[in-house]
Design a protein around this ligand. Structure first.
Ligand code: C2E
Ligand code: MG
Ligand code: MG
Length: 625
C-alpha cells in the first residue's frame, strides 16, 4: 500500500520532468533556429500553459490518491499488493492493524508464510498458484494467520492478478478480512450439531462418521473393531418416578464415569435417550471386547453417591464385531442393539455378543408383539386360578389369578409375553383387563357361593408408573360393591427398587384401604431383609427356587436354614408367609415343620380355568388330604 507522502512526491517528480523536457525543447529550438521576441513570447506562453495543465492534473491525481488512501484507512478490509516475481509485499496499515504488527513487518512472501498456520500453508499456496496460472478468476482462500499476540486469527483473502500482454502475472492486489468470529460461530454450530447437549458427548451423527472411518482403518490394517451398545436398565422407571431432572443427572454421571474409565482406543457416544455406544478400535479377539464391556457393566452398576440420594442403576450391553458380524456401520449397530436386547431379556445387568440366531429370536419377538396387540380384542386372554391353602389345615385361604393367552390354539406362557407387554406398554391395557376380569369373577363366585377367600392379582412394575393406579383399582372395587378385602395384589421386589417416589405411595394407599399386598418371588431380587420393614406389605411369598432346594440332597440343609430364617423374620414383622411352587409331600412336610402359613403349588392344584377351580375348591370347601 502506498502512503499519501509517497503519492505526492511521485506527482511532483512527474511535473518536474515534464517542465524540464519543455525547457530543453525551447533551448534546443533557440539554439538551432534562433528566435526573435515573438517566438520567445509564444514559447513562454505555451510553456506556462503546459505547466498549468500539468499542475491541475497533478492536483486532481493527488485528490484521487488521497481519497483512495483515506478509503483504505477507513475500510474494514486490509489491503495488500504483491509482486509475484520479486516476491515483494506491500501491506496496508489496516491489515497490519488486524494482525497487530508494526509497519514494514511483512516485507515479503517469506515473512507472510511464516505467519500462516502450518495446516493452512498448502491450501493457501495452491490457491495462489492456481490463480497465477489463470485457472481461477479470483484468488480466494480462508486460512489462519498468527497475530502479534501469538493467537491465530481466521482471515478470508481475495485478490486478482495484473497480467502483461502475454498473460504473465506481474502484480497481484487484494484484500483481507478478519473472519475469526464467523469461523468460531461456525465451529460452535458444527460442535453443537455433532455433540449431545446434556452430556457433551459426541452424538449419533458423529458416531456415523467415526464408525465409517474406523471401519476403513480396520479394513486397511486388517484389524477388528467392536461396537458396544449400552442401555441403562429401568431408566424409564427412574424418569417416571423421580423426575426428568434426576434422570438427566444420572445420564450425566454415567457419561462422566464411563469417559473417565474408558479403555485405550475406545470412544463413547450418546446414541440418544439412555443409550450409549462405545466404539472399540483395534480389537485383536472377541474376548478383549468382552472383558472391556464387562468392566463397563461393573462400572455402571456401582452406586452413584454424588446424587441427592444413593442411586443404583445397571446396564445391558450388546456387542457386535467387525468384520465377524457385519462389515458396515449400520448393520454393526443394529446387531449390537439386538444383542443388547438379549442382555435385557436375561434380566439386565449383563453383556451379550451378537449371534445370527438372535436375529431370528428378534423376529419372533416382533411377531409376538404384533399378535399381542390384538389379543384382547380377539378375546384370546383369560384368567386361571391357583389355590392357596393353609399349610396346617389344608383349608382354602385364597387364590392367585394367573393370565393365560391362547393364540390360534396355542398357549403362550406369561413368562414369554408379559415382558413384551411391559416393554411395549401393552401391559397397561392388559393389566386393566385383568383387574376387570378378576373383579367380575369374584362377583360371580360371591353371588354363587357367598363369602369366598381373597383373590390375588399380579401387578407389573410398569403399571405403577401410571399415576393413581391404586385409586383406579379401588374405584372399580367400590363400583362392583365389593369389600377391599376381596382382592389382594402381588408385586415383585423390582417395583420397590426405585420406589422412592410414586409406587411406594400407591402401595401405602392399597394397604391403608384394606387391599392386602403380597411381595412375590421373594429372594430373587436384591432387597435386604431389613429393607422389608419399611415396605407396606402383608404377605411374603417365598420363591419357588428355595422350595425346590428344600428337599434336594445337596442343598437341603442350607435351604432349610434360609427358609426357616425368612419365615421367622417375616413372622416377627407380622407378615403371612406363602410358599410358592410346592410340588411334593416332602416339601409340604418340611414347610409345615418350619411353620410356613400357606402353601401354593402343583401339589395342591395347577392353575385352573374358573369353572374347574370353583368346582374343585368353592362348591364344597375342600381340605388338604
Ligand atoms: P408368579 O406370580 O410367581 O406366578 C406363579 C407362577 O408359578 C405361575 O406361572 C404358576 O403357574 C407357577 N407355579 C405355581 N405352582 C407351581 C409349581 O408347583 N411348580 C411349577 N413349576 N410352577 C408353579 P405362570 O402362570 O406361568 O406365570 C408366570 C409369571 O407371569 C407369574 O409369576 C407372574 O409374574 C406373571 N404373571 C402371570 N399372570 C400375570 C398377570 O395377570 N399380570 C402380571 N403382571 N403378571 C402375570
Ligand atoms: Mg404372583
Ligand atoms: Mg411368584
Amino acid at each position: 500500500m502506498f502512503t499519501s507522502e509517497q503519492n505526492s512526491s511521485c506527482h511532483q517528480r512527474l511535473g518536474l520532468i515534464a517542465s524540464l523536457i519543455a525547457l530543453l525543447a525551447v533551448s534546443a529550438w533557440r539554439f538551432i533556429v534562433g528566435a526573435d521576441w515573438l517566438v520567445n513570447m509564444l514559447l513562454a506562453f505555451t510553456l506556462s500553459g503546459v505547466g498549468l495543465l500539468l499542475w491541475f492534473e497533478w492536483r486532481k491525481l493527488r485528490r484521487v490518491r488521497q481519497a483512495y488512501d483515506m478509503a483504505m484507512l477507513a475500510a474494514h478490509d486490509g489491503f495488500w499488493e504483491w509482486n509475484p516475481i520479486t516476491k515483494e509485499l506491500r501491506t496496508g496499515s489496516r491489515l497490519l492493524e488486524i494482525l497487530g504488527y508494526q509497519h514494514d513487518f511483512l516485507p515479503d512472501t517469506h515473512a507472510w508464510l511464516k505467519l500462516v498456520h502450518p495446516d493452512d500453508v498448502a491450501p493457501y499456496n495452491k490457491a495462489v498458484a492456481e490463480h497465477l496460472k489463470g485457472k481461477t478468476t479470483y484468488f480466494y482462500c480462508e486460512y489462519r494467520v498468527r497475530a502479534s499476540n501469538g493467537s491465530y486469527i481466521w482471515v478470508a483473502s481475495r485478490g486478482i492478478a495484473v497480467r502483461d500482454r502475454r498473460g504473465r502475472a506481474y502484480q497481484m492486489v487484494g484484500s483481507v478480512i478478519d473472519i475469526t468470529q464467523q469461523r468460531n460461530h461456525q465451529e460452535t454450530m458444527e460442535f453443537l450439531a455433532q455433540h449431545d447437549e446434556l452430556t457433551g458427548l459426541p452424538n449419533r451423527l458423529m458416531l456415523a462418521e467415526k464408525l465409517s472411518q474406523a471401519i476403513e482403518e480396520a479394513k486397511k490394517n486388517g484389524l477388528r473393531l467392536a461396537v458396544c451398545f449400552i442401555d441403562l436398565d429401568r431408566f424409564k422407571n427412574i424418569n417416571d418416578t423421580l423426575g426428568h431432572r434426576a434422570g438427566d443427572q444420572l445420564l450425566q454421571n454415567v457419561a462422566q464415569r464411563v469417559v473417565a474409565n474408558l479403555p485405550a482406543n475406545c470412544q463413547l457416544f450418546r446414541q440418544g435417550g439412555d443409550e450409549f455406544i462405545v466404539l472399540m478400535n483395534s480389537i485383536p479377539v472377541l474376548s478383549t471386547a468382552l472383558t472391556a464391556a464387562g468392566q463397563l457393566r461393573e462400572l455402571i452398576a456401582t452406586p452413584f453417591s454424588s446424587l441427592s440420594a444413593d442411586f443404583f442403576t445397571s446396564a445391558s450391553i450388546g456387542i457386535s464385531l467387525f468384520p465377524d458380524d457385519a462389515v458396515d456401520g449400520e448393520t454393526l449397530l443394529k446387531n449390537a442393539d439386538t444383542a443388547m436386547y438379549e442382555a435385557k431379556a436375561a434380566g439386565g445387568n449383563a453383556v451379550r455378543t451378537h449371534t445370527p440366531q438372535m436375529n431370528q429370536r428378534l423376529l419372533s419377538r416382533v411377531t409376538l408383539e404384533t399378535q399381542l396387540r390384538s389379543a384382547l380384542q380377539n378375546n384370546e386372554m383369560s384368567l386361571h386360578f391357583q389355590a392357596q391353602v393353609d399349610a396346617a389345615s389344608g383349608c382354602l385361604t385364597g387364590a392367585e389369578a394367573l393370565l393365560r393367552w391362547h393364540h390360534h390354539g396355542q398357549a403362550i406362557p406369561p413368562d414369554q409375553f408379559i415382558p413384551v407387554a411391559e416393554d411395549t406398554g401393552l401391559i397397561i391395557s392388559i393389566g386393566d383387563w385383568v383387574v376387570d376380569r378378576a373383579i367380575a369373577q369374584i362377583l360371580e363366585w360371591r353371588h354363587l357361593y357367598g363369602d369366598i377367600p381373597p383373590i390375588a392379582i399380579n401387578l407389573s412394575p410398569r403399571q405403577f408408573w401410571r399415576p393413581a393406579l391404586s385409586h383406579q383399582v379401588l374405584r372399580k372395587l367400590r363400583a362392583a360393591g365389593l369389600p377391599t378385602s376381596a382382592l389382594e395384589v402381588e408385586v415383585t421386589e423390582s417395583v420397590l427398587l426405585h420406589a422412592e417416589a410414586g409406587s411406594l405411595d400407591e402401595l401405602e394407599n392399597f394397604r391403608e384401604s384394606g387391599v392386602r399386598i403380597a411381595l412375590d418371588d421373594f429372594g430373587t431380587g436384591y432387597s435386604s431383609l431389613s429393607y422389608l420393614r419399611r415396605l407396606p406389605i402383608n404377605i411374603l411369598k417365598i420363591d419357588r427356587s428355595f422350595i425346590i432346594d428344600l428337599t434336594s440332597p445337596k442343598e437341603s440343609a442350607t435351604s432349610q436354614a434360609l427358609v426357616s430364617a425368612i419365615i421367622a423374620m417375616a413372622h416377627s414383622l407380622s407378615l403371612k408367609v406363602i410358599a410358592e411352587g410346592v410340588e411334593t409331600p416332602e416339601q409340604l412336610g418340611c414347610l409345615q415343620e418350619l411353620k410356613c402359613d400357606v402353601i401354593q403349588g402343583y401339589l395342591i392344584s395347577r392353575p385352573l380355568p374358573p369353572a374347574e377351580f370353583s368346582a374343585k375348591f368353592l362348591v364344597d370347601r375342600k381340605t388338604l388330604g
